[in-house]
Design a protein around this ligand. Structure first.
Ligand code: PNW
Length: 495
């Protein structure tokens, strides 16, 4: 539906933070340099068939050596912040001993950012657990939560004088359920019980790290980044569909939101997973640690979903009027998100229906208004009452790049995606959501996990042969947004 922000120029509140995001394993390369040892992703990349085309992170975007160039690029794009992650396997290669060379790399990166007036937004964990810790049990083991807090403290000792914003975890849903239940991500385990154990210990690690950082640095800005879905029942008048939407929302969103922000796991989800031994991992005092107050909630949003208790009829048949105009099927061949979006132990029987919306190269439906609804819900039900600020810490789209003879990339599809989602953010702000910034995923095309280098999310094109960076049309456009603190009117729209 058209909103006041749907076509004209849209100005953002003063001080709104504009940035781009990356993650260590996806961009750094230098996999065996500077004392770094294997993370679970290095190991996973060696499993035949685990990662597209056998790709790995040994070189990636060579950001480890090219960080100066990349920071200069961000500066040229008029950005205000860089959201990056630090590699635990670089800092504690054996899982416990601090490696000075690892710390030095991030110290140089932070100095470079500060010299370019970019705010360093540091994420401690973006999925690259040291392999040594996986061998001791990984996230399903309670000890890993305590090791994580030690790592957070070591990072703060090294960088706390220059880094003021600390994110504990990126997307614990992915770490727990893609890593230990569906097996689509490292370490590739396939067990509902392990996924749930990992989920709780990730929460505990978040809480332990947050309380340790708070004690060291009362003025620091602390938070976590979660990935969210917006689950809509296909038929809101059908109690079975409504219940499926409840479970999808519960296992994706509330299982992390509630312990952090309300100090308790959601009762309905505890019921649903009781038979999987979840409650046995939760010890006295854990929830108090997990609910240590945070300052910011990072919101990663790519898409929502229409869910039903019934499968969507394949190929054109549309008995209930829910298939897309192309007779879209329940799970298109090119829709990897639906394969990985259903690894949850409880929600067997959750069927994702296509709504016939346009999709990106990931097969993910483009649904900007879902972001508006998500931010408003978070504000009302979770962050608003606690005075917590919202930041969109990831949003973006994969589309194949067409490189012209002159090297340019005219990615109007990606530009339109970001444009539409920024307008959706502004709709949420206008409705009362306290959103303070937006990070586009991603600065550069990079290692897209199980899909290797086959999917491109960058505002900047990466040539993996030469490591040349070329700013795409979307990147040039995003620079004008950051410089003006406003989204320009769409071509042809009234000013
Ligand atoms: C996020 N899902 O991953 C990550 O934070 C990024 O590292 C990644 O590159 C980006 O989104 C694009 O994929 C996700 O299956 C991976 O729902 C999978 C899902 C969600 C987020």
């Amino acid at each position: 539906a058209p909103t006041p922000n749907s076509a004209g120029r849209v100005a953002f509140p003063d001080g709104f933070l504009w940035g781009t995001a990356t993650a260590a394993f996806q961009v750094e390369g230098a996999g065996a340099e500077g004392g770094r040892q294997d993370s679970i992703w290095d190991t996973f990349c060696r499993v035949p068939g685990a990662v597209h085309a056998g790709d790995d992170g040994m070189v990636a975007c060579d950001h480890y050596h090219r960080y100066r160039e990349d920071v200069a690029l961000m500066k040229r794009l008029d950005l205000g912040s860089y959201r990056f992650s630090t590699s635990w396997a670089r800092i504690m290669p054996d899982g416990k001993t601090v490696n000075r060379e690892g710390l030095d790399f991030y110290s140089r990166l932070v100095d470079e950012l500060l010299g370019a007036d970019l705010l360093p937004w540091l994420t401690l964990y973006h999925w690259d657990l040291p392999q040594a810790l996986e061998e001791l049990g990984g996230w399903p083991s309670r000890d890993t939560a305590y090791r994580f807090a030690e790592y957070a403290v070591a990072m703060h000792e090294a960088l706390g004088d220059r880094v003021g914003v600390w994110t504990t975890l990126n997307e614990p849903w992915c770490s727990a359920f893609l890593g230990y239940t569906s097996g689509a991500h490292a370490p590739g385990k396939k067990s509902p019980e392990l996924g749930l154990a990992a989920a709780h210990h990730l929460m505990l690690g978040h809480g332990l790290a947050t309380s340790a950082l708070r004690e060291l640095d009362p003025a620091a800005t602390l938070g976590i980044t979660l990935n969210f879905t917006v689950s809509d029942p296909v038929d809101p008048t059908d109690p079975a569909d409504v219940d499926v939407a409840r479970r999808d929302d519960g296992m994706f969103n509330r299982i992390f939101l509630d312990p952090i922000l309300r100090g308790a796991y959601p009762a309905d989800i505890l019921d649903d997973v009781a038979h999987l031994g979840f409650a046995e991992h939760v010890r006295e005092g854990d929830l108090q640690i997990i609910s240590t107050p945070i300052d910011v909630l990072g919101v990663n949003y790519y898409n929502g979903g229409a869910v039903s208790a019934r499968p969507q009829h394949p190929g054109g048949a549309d008995p209930d009027g829910t298939a897309g105009p192309d007779g879209a099927r329940e799970q298109a061949d090119d829709a990897p998100v639906w394969e990985v979006r259903s690894p949850n132990p409880v929600p067997d029987g959750i069927h994702h229906h296509s709504r016939g919306l346009p999709t990106t190269d990931m097969g993910w439906e483009v649904q900007p208004e879902g972001l508006t609804r998500l931010l408003l819900r978070l504000q009302e039900d979770y962050t608003g009452p606690r005075g917590i600020q919202l930041f969109v810490t990831e949003n973006g789209a994969a589309y194949p790049d067409v490189v012209q003879a002159d090297g340019s990339v005219d990615d109007q599809d990606r530009l339109a995606f970001v444009d539409a989602h920024l307008r959706a953010v502004k709709d949420a702000i206008d409705g009362g959501a306290d959103v303070r910034g937006y990070f586009a995923w991603s600065l550069l095309d990079n290692f897209e996990w199980a899909l290797g280098y086959s999917k491109r999310f960058g505002l900047v094109h990466t040539d993996y042969e030469t490591q040349e960076r070329t700013v795409k049309a979307s990147g040039r456009w995003y620079a004008t947004v950051a410089a003006a603190n406003a989204v320009p009117a769409r071509p042809g729209a009234e000013e």
